[in-house]
Design a protein around this ligand. Structure first.
Ligand SMILES: Cc1ncc(COP(=O)(O)O)c(C=O)c1O
Ligand SMILES: [Zn+2]
Length: 409
């Protein structure tokens, strides 16, 4: 494997891969992992199982490292014809990240991040989380016998995610504050107490998440025109973009997609910044949205996400909670794909962009649906209502059943 370095995206200072740092020591900028383009290509990949480690040569973990895996990645790419009609676009695919081991895309990052933690000799790992990061880190920490601490914003984490973190044995700490405050706290803890930090500010994690781009090219056989991604802390869109850039730099693809970053209207600091064409982010003090996974007012990875959107001639938009919930229901009812609210933001964003004309009607779009429906059962009950209750007799049931009822679309 070629030489691996950590490089500051602001001042280009380089650090060795063994350094435990999460930002540039000189300027505080974000770090990214750099290596020369590997020699391998899709023929080599095709001999391996479909998943994150199929792209081994592009994952900058030294040979011989003990890989911590739960068979993550390798998620389905569903062609969605009925949903495409509702959205108003010729062709729409969902990359369904809910099919990962703990039910979200975070597993792609954790297999690499926790492998790195082990190879650095860490004994304990930690994260702040809107829920999915904690569920994933707890599982991968359990798999590799690491102690795990997770810090969650009190009362704002979906039940399914909390249940996962608890059952996998993490020490779960609930902070009376929001995600941004929880992240600041965990960054202080990791600096002062030598606990390895696995939020998406950790650049090794993004190396796993970039494989989503590789899988899309594997599945489609070409580079898609648009890739829509919900944005919270903005690690995922940055990682997917990095994947496409590396594929092209290695000569394995030609061209890159236009990246479409979607935020919830109540938590949309990046969209605000792009709308006003500013060069710095103004954090939102009290973010609020039904999509708790992306309820983030001060996303740490904003410089990488803004770069992904600007360099790809991309798109951005903010979506209301009503649109998120309506879209979540349509994805579930028209396609049988169960996603959590944050995931529906990508499809909702595309629908709005098609109706305003910023995505042409004859386009082909991939929407990344980041997490599973069962992550947030309380939201489902609150937006769908309770089951119809009846006495156990035929008369009562026959008043409800209408065999001639037609499907939604
Ligand atoms: C389901 C889901 N979608 C989207 C996101 C946003 O990802 P990122 O923080 O990398 O922007 C998250 C992050 O927690 C998530 O859990
Ligand atoms: Zn720097």
């Amino acid at each position: 494997m070629s030489e691996i370095t950590l490089r500051c995206i602001s001042c280009n200072t380089e650090y060795g891969p063994e350094e435990i740092i999460y930002s540039c020591k000189k300027c505080g900028g974000l770090l990214e992992v750099r290596m020369n383009p590997p020699e391998a290509g899709f023929d080599d990949f095709s001999r391996r199982a479909f998943g994150v480690w199929r792209y081994r040569e592009f994952i900058p973990i030294e040979e011989g490292a003990e890989i911590v895996s739960l068979d993550e990645g390798g998620t389905p790419l569903y062609r969605c014809e009925r949903l495409a009609k509702w959205v108003g676009v010729r062709s729409l695919f969902i990359k369904y990240e809910g099919r990962n081991p703990t039910g979200s895309f975070k597993d792609r990052g954790m297999t690499v991040g926790v492998t790195k933690a082990k190879s650095l000799g860490s004994k304990a790992v930690a994260c702040a989380s809107t829920g999915n990061t904690s569920a994933s880190l707890a599982a991968y920490a359990a798999r590799s016998a690491l102690t795990c601490y997770v810090i969650l914003p009190s009362g704002k984490v979906a039940m399914g995610k909390l249940a996962q973190a608890l059952m996998h044995g993490a020490k779960v700490i609930s902070v009376k504050g929001n995600f941004d405050q929880a992240l600041k706290l965990v960054m202080d803890i990791s600096r002062n107490m030598g606990i390895y930090l696995l939020n998406s500010i950790n650049p090794w994690r993004l190396e796993g998440q970039k494989t989503l781009a590789f899988e899309l090219v594997d599945q489609l056989g070409y580079v898609p025109e648009f890739v829509a991604v919900p944005m919270g802390n903005c690690g995922n869109i940055s990682a997917i973009w990095k994947g496409f850039v590396e594929l092209e730099d290695a000569g394995l693809t030609r061209g890159k997609p236009r990246m479409f970053g979607v935020q919830a209207a109540g938590a949309a600091p990046v969209v605000e910044m792009l709308r006003k064409n500013l060069d710095r982010l103004s954090p939102m003090k009290s973010p609020e949205t039904v999509a708790t996974a992306i309820r983030i007012g001060n996303p740490v990875n904003w410089p990488k996400a803004v770069n992904a959107i600007r360099s790809s001639n991309g798109l951005y938009d903010a979506i209301s909670d009503e649109e998120i919930v309506e879209t979540q229901k349509m994805i579930a009812c028209l396609e049988g794909i169960g996603v959590e609210p944050a995931s529906a933001a990508s499809v909702a964003g595309v629908r709005k962009a098609v109706s305003s004309g910023s995505i042409p009607k004859d386009a082909e779009v991939v929407c990344v649906c980041t997490g599973h429906l069962l992550k947030d059962p309380e939201e489902v009950i609150s937006v769908c209502g309770k089951p119809i209750e009846i006495p156990p007799d035929l008369q009562a049931v026959s008043e409800i059943i209408r065999p001639e009822q037609t499907p939604l679309l």
